[in-house]
Design a binder for this molecule. Structure first.
Ligand code: PGA
Length: 251
């Protein structure tokens, strides 16, 4: 089954306004054939980035969002606020949110519900720690993250979900999971989706890989049967690297 690939750049807490404007001017020149390209700048740069890209195929997305519509949640940003500036997609459940901000599967499931209720698209991240891989319970970990965090939505809503498999030990470490490890986990995730939501949805769901994807590894990773693109951290901050990774997914 041919699914259109996605390459999404997660800029994390990098790039001030000047730096992001410069990178976006360069990104406008990227040749986009048959691939969906997304970038996730920080909250402070979302509005400006989006205005710079109005006539481009690149979609500007958020790195996170809160589950409430509004209220006394100092420092937080809601789905409604994102929609108000034309942002229709958010990453939810990145391992850095889970780890440094104690976001549990229960909190993440509320975020997913809020995004879906606002008709937003979600890139929902899952991934095991190194110790969990070494203890051989990584399939169980991923299954729990999916069951508790995102499988509560109904089939129609699930069409707005993209899953990103990002083994925590491969994020920002330069240690990419190997092709066999990636393919077997992506297949495992697709099979789980099939159990919960049926054949058609499991064939259409996009499953991205993330964790030290670089220009020299992208092509091989993107050629795997159940990989539908990548969530790119470090390499998305550099025009030439990101361009090469988009190129590897362009077909
Ligand atoms: P990395 O980050 O490409 O720098 O490993 C990936 C991510 O955290 O999404």
């Amino acid at each position: 089954m041919k699914r259109k690939k996605i390459v999404a750049g997660n800029w994390k807490m990098n790039m001030n306004l000047d730096e992001s404007s410069k990178l976006i001017s360069d990104l406008k020149e990227i040749s986009i054939k048959n691939v969906d390209v997304k970038i996730a700048p920080s909250f402070t740069n979302l509005y400006h980035s989006n205005s710079m890209l109005t006539s481009s195929k690149i979609e500007v997305i958020a790195q996170d969002m809160h589950f409430e519509k509004n209220g006394a949640y100092t420092g937080e940003v809601s789905a409604k606020m994102l929609l108000g500036i034309g942002i229709n997609t958010s990453i939810i459940g990145h391992s850095e949110r889970r780890k440094y901000f104690n976001e549990s599967n229960q909190i993440l499931s509320k975020k997913v519900t809020s995004a879906i209720q606002h008709s937003m698209q979600v890139i929902f991240c899952v991934g095991e720690e190194l110790s969990e891989r070494e203890n051989n319970n990584y399939f169980e970990v991923i299954k729990t993250q999916l069951k508790e965090g995102v499988f509560h939505v109904d089939s129609d809503q699930f069409k707005n979900i993209i899953i990103a498999y990002e083994p925590v030990w491969a994020i920002g470490t330069g240690m990419t999971a190997n092709s066999q490890q990636i393919q077997e986990m992506h297949k495992f995730i697709r099979d789980l989706v099939q159990n919960y939501f049926g054949d058609e949805i499991s064939q259409n769901i996009k499953i991205l890989y993330g964790g030290s994807v670089k220009p020299n590894s992208a092509k091989e990773i993107f050629s795997l049967d159940d990989v539908d693109g990548g969530l790119i951290g470090g390499a998305s901050l550099n025009f030439s690297d990101f361009n090469s990774i988009v190129e590897a997914a362009n077909e």
